[in-house]
Design a protein around this ligand. Sequence first.
Ligand code: ADP
Length: 259
Amino acid sequence: MFLGLDVGSTASKCVIVDEDGHIIAKGMYPSGAGTAGPQTCVDEALAACGGGASLADIRFSCATGYGRKLSDWTNIQISELSCHARGAVELFDGVRTVIDIGGQDAKVLSIGKDGTLENFAMNDKCAAGTGRFLDVMASVFGCDVSELSAYDERSTQIASISSTCTVFAESEVISKLASGEDICNIAAGVHQSVVDRTYGLAQRVGVKLAVAMTGGVALNTSLRRRLEERIGLPVATSELAQYNGAYGAALLALERCEV
Ligand code: ADP
């Protein structure tokens, strides 16, 4: 078995594949680098393999993500750009553009016809346009981030959020709620703000079909639909979207196995 571990800023993800690259098990824990999250998601994935599987059953392993260097028990550590590209090529037929929005960064990867990473653009300096922005707004709404999509589905207009800075945008959302503006329209505005930032990032590398969205924010269906409208192209996703980096890491562990 081959193990991929993605130690993100917000969540830790683990995928275990067999020697044909098929997924045997996965695990996730909602905390990332510097916490018990990485170990917990590895334990969860091993338990899901059944038969009392342990790390001794893993032939080669690869860590990726923000906190990969702290996971030095893995055989290799590879940048998240390479792992995300590798995972996406497997998950999405003919993918040429990968839009990954995670907890603290957003990136757009341009993939060549041969499946290699050609170019990328990244925002890892500012919370605007990332999952963090959505997490902050969900806490203002008093809901879980997974519920934002349903609010947007019931929107009739897009409330304009003029501040790009997360802190100022949070104050803007608080005052819109206080002035009685419809929470569903505000959710639409929050999503549109992330979409506009993502579109700007995508323009820097150019968007080619097929386009896929990965990272935890890909689970937000309304946001993904707004992104499709903005780009003017279909944006595919997968139930494995949040595991894409860990999946790519597991496949690279299999391909680079030295034992
Ligand atoms: P990282 O790799 O940086 O830790 P992830 O790709 O795991 O980030 O994405 C985490 C983000 O995904 C969270 O900050 C949150 O905004 C978003 N997210 C997680 N679960 C959901 C969900 N069920 N619905 C919508 N958004 C989600």
